[in-house]
Design a protein around this ligand. Structure first.
Ligand SMILES: Cc1cc2nc3c(=O)[nH]c(=O)nc-3n(C[C@H](O)[C@H](O)[C@H](O)COP(=O)(O)O)c2cc1C
Length: 185
């Protein structure tokens, strides 16, 4: 499987990155081809909502920035991973910006051919609050709606709370994430 992980947090070696890496390690060990994209290093403008990408003669998004390369990787992937610290019960800004820019691709699984059809989607997230009461239900509902609209299969969330203990001290959580990666077909 080709795997594209979009990492939206500001800390490349922070809690979310470590949890993501444990999962990616498992996937790599299982023979999957993994690409991690650190969005914070790229120039990705917010979607302007100009609808130029939807004109019959359009050739993608008119904004000339790093999102074009990201969209190529997204289109090639069989498994998409969104990875983010929880910011105000939501995704961090760089990841939300990138997802908004998916708009320039054909995405509606019922009205047109969706480039997302058949892909799998999984969320990796850390929060301050412990994961059993991190309030991620709203975000998961959004992910599920996104999946059913675009034709993706929702695989769920890998989470950890970090206020009490940094992820580096939660070896059981990291082990479980690695195992989940290594057992994904
Ligand atoms: C701007 C901001 C907003 C946050 N919002 C939440 C939140 O809504 N719920 C929560 O449990 N933790 C929240 N946190 C805590 C982070 O999600 C948590 O510390 C996370 O593990 C940080 O991950 P990192 O080390 O990858 O940056 C917030 C932190 C920041 C900086």
């Amino acid at each position: 499987m080709k795997v594209c992980a979009l990492f939206g947090g500001p800390h490349k070696k922070g809690n979310t990155a470590k949890l993501l890496e444990a999962f990616l390690d498992g996937l790599r060990g299982n023979g999957h081809l993994v690409q991690r994209i650190d969005l914070v290093e790229l120039t990705i403008q917010p979607c302007k909502g100009c609808m130029a990408c939807k004109k019959p003669t359009a050739d993608g998004c008119i904004q000339k920035d790093d999102m074009h390369g990201v969209l190529d990787s997204v289109q090639e992937a069989d498994l998409l991973i969104f990875a983010s610290p929880m910011y105000w019960w939501n995704l961090a800004g760089p990841l939300k910006n990138a997802i908004d820019r998916f708009f320039s691709l054909p995405f509606n699984a019922t009205a047109e051919k969706s480039v997302f059809s058949g892909k799998k989607l999984l969320l990796v997230m850390t929060s301050g609050q412990p994961s059993e009461r991190d309030g991620r239900e709203g975000l998961e509902l959004i992910m599920q709606r996104m999946c059913s609209f675009t034709g993706m299969e929702w695989l769920g969330t890998i989470t950890a709370g970090t206020n009490n203990k940094p992820i580096s001290e939660q070896s059981d959580v990291l082990k479980a994430a690695r195992l989940r990666g290594s057992s994904l077909a």
